[in-house]
Design a protein around this ligand. Structure first.
Ligand SMILES: O=c1ccn([C@@H]2O[C@H](COP(=O)(O)O)[C@@H](O)[C@H]2O)c(=O)[nH]1
Length: 241
């Protein structure tokens, strides 16, 4: 059971340098299943950050949330596949053609390179968004209805899953019949941390119990004086729940 929980933890390497990222990977690799490289590290250090972390032999979720015209996203998707990441994502708001082209391009690049295709997942409603945020954008639906609608679109296109807040896990599972549909869930907070800018939050245990395949954790671990100890505390909190 303990192994199973560890495998479902993704640590967000939201740091400024490759050196700090590699140190975190070294400290945490035996405690977590995957590492996420997002906008901060990728903008600071580029694809070399992905290559360096990859050299450490750990799976990577490339969280760049591609959202552009289909041709540009397809080209970026091919590059993501060539980097050998396990998962990358696009914004579902880019629409079905954009998502389909991303999937096809990743498939083709992986076949050409003789490597496994990364799983391609879609961001639904950002976990930092609440009803006010959606209203600002002219969206009257609740965050849950909005996220479920986008998840269904991603599933229809054939994507492998979604990024969804803890509050949308059960509704998405109910709406998408595919058992293998991956749900990756940020916006989780152990009992002992602040919510920061995250709005639709639950604890790690609640998110896993609701059916998340993976939970993503950043600041609760990155800001801790001892990141390895913070991960162990999170695992203990999950086991005690
Ligand atoms: O809807 C989303 C999509 C992605 N994220 C990313 O997950 C981590 C969460 O970090 P915390 O410090 O644990 O809040 C971060 O890299 C986000 O870019 C998200 O939070 N919500």
């Amino acid at each position: 059971m303990k192994r199973e929980i560890r495998d479902r933890l993704i640590i967000a390497l939201d740091v400024e340098t490759i050196e700090r990222a590699l140190l975190l990977v070294e400290q945490l690799r035996s405690s977590v299943g995957m590492f996420k490289i997002g906008s901060q590290l990728f903008t600071a250090a580029g694809p070399e950050a992905v290559r360096e972390v990859s050299r450490m032999g750990v799976p990577i979720f490339l969280d760049l949330k591609f959202h552009d015209i289909p041709n540009t996203v397809a080209s970026a998707a091919a590059e993501a596949a060539k980097l050998g990441v396990s998962i990358f994502n696009v914004h579902a708001l880019g629409g079905s053609e954009m998502m389909r082209r991303a999937l096809e391009a990743a498939q083709m690049a992986a076949e050409r390179g003789g490597i496994a295709r990364p799983r391609v997942i879609a961001v639904t409603a950002l976990t930092s968004a609440d009803q006010k945020t959606l209203n600002e954008l002219g969206i009257a639906e609740s965050p849950t209805a909005f996220a479920v609608r986008l998840a269904k679109l991603a599933a229809e296109v054939g994507l492998d899953g979604v990024v969804a807040s803890p509050h949308e896990i059960r509704p998405v599972r109910d709406a998408v019949e595919r058992a293998s549909f991956l749900i990756v869930t940020p916006g989780v907070r152990p009992r002992w941390t602040a919510h920061h800018d995250q709005k639709r939050v639950m604890t790690p245990a609640e998110a896993l119990n609701a059916g998340a395949d993976y939970i993503v954790i950043g600041r609760a671990v990155l800001d801790a004086p001892d990141p390895a100890r913070a991960v162990e505390s999170i695992i203990e909190e999950i086991e005690d729940s």
